[in-house]
Every structure is written in structure tokens, then in C-alpha cells.
Design a protein around this ligand. Sequence first.
Ligand code: FES
Length: 101
Amino acid sequence: MAFVRAAKLDAVPPGTMREVSIAGTSVAIANVSGKVRAFNNICLHEGGPLCEGTLTGQNVVCPWHAWEYDVETGKIVGNSEIGVEIYPVEVRDGDIFVDID
Ligand code: FES
């Protein structure tokens, strides 16, 4: 798959996240101080929706049991062995594009 339009940049202001579905995959889009990041929205613990958690700096805390992920790497904070998949992002003309392959 190639890059697909996922959301308007205006819909994800700095410090916020939103969930989009791309080809059946739940993807979280986060705006970290103007840098847009995309990662799999499903927590590795018990499937909590990460985009409904708390974004602090570049870390997101799962809303269900507080596992914490670095959205730059997808890795769990304090455990670089495991993490959620991160996806390439491009911002073009006010639109966010994500490639989930
Ligand atoms: S489901 Fe995310 S921490 Fe438990």
C-alpha cells in the first residue's frame, strides 16, 4: 500500500491525537508540537485504544492500564524490546498521509 490521506492537519492540533481506520487497521495520529506521528492504535497489553489516552510530550499513556509508549519509536517507555508499529507520515497541503505498509 502507498500513502493514503488519513486526516486534515487542522483536525489534529498540537498536543492531540485522533483515530483513523486505514484498510481495516486502527491507526492513531498524534501531533507532537507540530510533528505528526502515526502508530498502531491498539495497546499491546489488552487492546486499549491508545488515541483515547493521554499525550504528554512524545509519550502516550494507554487509557486502560497506563502502559506508556514513545510515539517516535512505538516502544514501551523503559522497554525497548517491544512496542506498537509506527507508520511513515507525510503532510502535504494541510492533509496528513499515512503509509501502513
Ligand atoms: S490495555 Fe493498554 S495498558 Fe492495558
